[in-house]
Design a protein around this ligand. Structure first.
Ligand code: ATP
Ligand code: MG
Length: 448
């Protein structure tokens, strides 16, 4: 088979080979070539020791930050290319990082330390694959399988649990049976993994095309770092609106949301407060009054614990807070909500509501879903027409109010908001002359 190798990577392999060293493309890039997907970076492994690699590329720009682990980064036409000496890893006494790395002379030992068979394939300049663990077959069978003994591999490094789930969600590959079983039995190893590293994998997982399937099969793994999910996973909802329990509903909403991190996180967490709010009426129907407020508290706390950045956290929390608000499908309500949330959040909220509806009994919500579509079209028109829906769109500003005789201070804002309310309600047009008249009329102590 002939693989497209970029010139830069080819030159690096040639340089190392002609200095008498073995060198191969390895890891994600080889896997992606075999999957027929364009690799996003090119990693190389070599029999050359780091200092020998540096010697080969004297005159090139190099980054030495990975030297301790045997990695020299060479810049080829500005593109960083990581060259790593064949190595094995020592024991993981803290389950985070290997205690030490040991350079080895055989490619096969280097491949053996890698996590999954699909990531343990090397490709040489001759176009030949070195694939001692059957990674090529697993890629063709769309299987994620540990290299070696799965239990041992997850016990060495708990992050591999999340990597397996992430690859499953993104590629839509099945996790091979023994690997899957070892995940279910060893996810407690995540307890030793830094929140930031779990975060990175979770974010990739959630925007994967098969995220829902992974959530369905591995709620136990998610509960390891977010135990707050536990009660939602087992939540029953005996309510005519709901044809599923809490977890299956959540999964359907995640699947129905576009592959955007904020939206997917919102769907994952929007009902997290439901278990704490559950009540059952005399007819045996379950209710969850006030759950969005509890969801907000829990979601905020969970996102902080997993070290999400403030912006992502705030956006998710705002959407969770409003996921259940009723927005009447009238221009004035739409303008009000556009103004209150800002267009970006407003349109996100419509996506959230749509996804939430997709996770409910379809016959009962299909009219509501159709209404949401109409509301979206209307809101797009309002924005496209440049209609006024916030103070900054208003044809008058604070200076006008002060010029009309209002003393600078909080009254200025109150006056402007009053005027905005009238414009939103369609009582006055957003026209400077008319609004100036309105402001002047409202002044109690005008002399004329
Ligand atoms: P991506 O496409 O996300 O970059 P990747 O497989 O290249 O996927 P990297 O984190 O870039 O992931 O790692 C490069 C290679 O290093 C992997 O293909 C794998 O062979 C090996 N590797 C990475 N993380 C681990 C780990 N935790 N345990 C064992 N091997 C690992
Ligand atoms: Mg990579």
């Amino acid at each position: 088979m002939n693989f497209e190798m970029p010139d830069g990577a080819r030159r690096i392999l040639q340089t190392l080979n002609s200095a008498g060293f073995e060198a191969y493309l390895v890891g994600g890039c080889v896997r992606d070539l075999l999957r027929g997907v364009e690799p996003h970076d090119w990693d190389i492994c070599t029999s050359a020791r780091p200092e020998e690699t540096e010697h080969c590329f004297a005159g090139h720009r190099m980054i030495e930050t990975g030297l301790k682990h045997g990695t020299v980064t060479v810049l080829e036409e500005g593109e960083p290319c990581e060259i790593t000496t064949y190595r094995t890893e020592g024991p993981y006494s803290d389950s985070r990082r290997p205690d030490y790395v040991e350079f080895v002379s055989s490619l096969e030992s280097d491949l053996a330390r890698r996590d999954f068979t699909m990531n343990a394939i090397a490709l040489g300049l001759d176009g030949g694959l070195r694939d001692p663990f059957g990674g090529g077959d697993d890629i063709r069978a769309r299987l994620i399988r540990c290299v070696g003994e799965p239990v041992q591999r997850f016990q060495e490094d708990g992050l591999r649990v999340m990597r397996a789930l992430r690859f499953g969600a993104v590629f839509g590959y099945e996790i091979e049976e023994q690997t899957a079983q070892a995940i279910h039995e060893n996810h407690h190893m995540l307890e030793h993994v830094a929140a930031e590293r779990i975060n990175v994998e979770l974010c990739k997982l959630l925007v994967g095309s098969k995220a829902g399937e992974i959530l369905r099969q591995y709620p136990d793994v998610l509960c390891e770092f977010w135990p707050e999910l536990g009660p939602l996973v087992t939540l029953e909802q005996n309510n005519p609106w709901h044809c599923w329990g809490g977890w299956e509903h959540t999964i359907h909403t995640v699947e129905a949301a576009p592959p955007d991190l904020v939206l997917r996180l919102t769907m994952l967490l929007h009902d997290i407060g439901k278990p704490a709010c559950k009540s059952t009426d005399e007819n045996g129907i379950d209710h969850f009054y006030g759950h969005p407020a509890i969801s907000v508290k829990l979601a905020d706390q969970m996102l902080r614990e997993l070290k999400f950045d403030n912006k992502t956290r705030e956006r998710v929390v705002t959407l969770v807070e409003h996921h259940d608000v009723q927005i009447p499908n009238r221009d004035r309500s739409i303008r009000k909500w556009l103004g209150r949330l800002g267009p970006e959040t407003f349109f996100h909220l419509l996506e959230v509501k749509r996804a939430d509806g997709m996770g409910q009994a379809y016959e009962l919500v299909k009219d509501r879903l159709a209404e949401l579509e109409k509301m979206k079209t209307k809101a797009e028109e309002i924005v496209a027409q440049g209609q006024c829906f916030s103070l900054k769109d208003l044809a008058v500003n604070g200076r006008d109010v002060i010029a009309a005789g209002v003393a600078p201070g909080p009254e200025v804002g109150r006056m402007l908001n009053g005027v905005l309310g009238q414009v939103l309600d369609g009582l006055v047009p957003n026209n400077r002359e008319e609004l100036l008249l309105l402001i002047t009329d409202k002044q109690p102590n005008q002399s004329n």
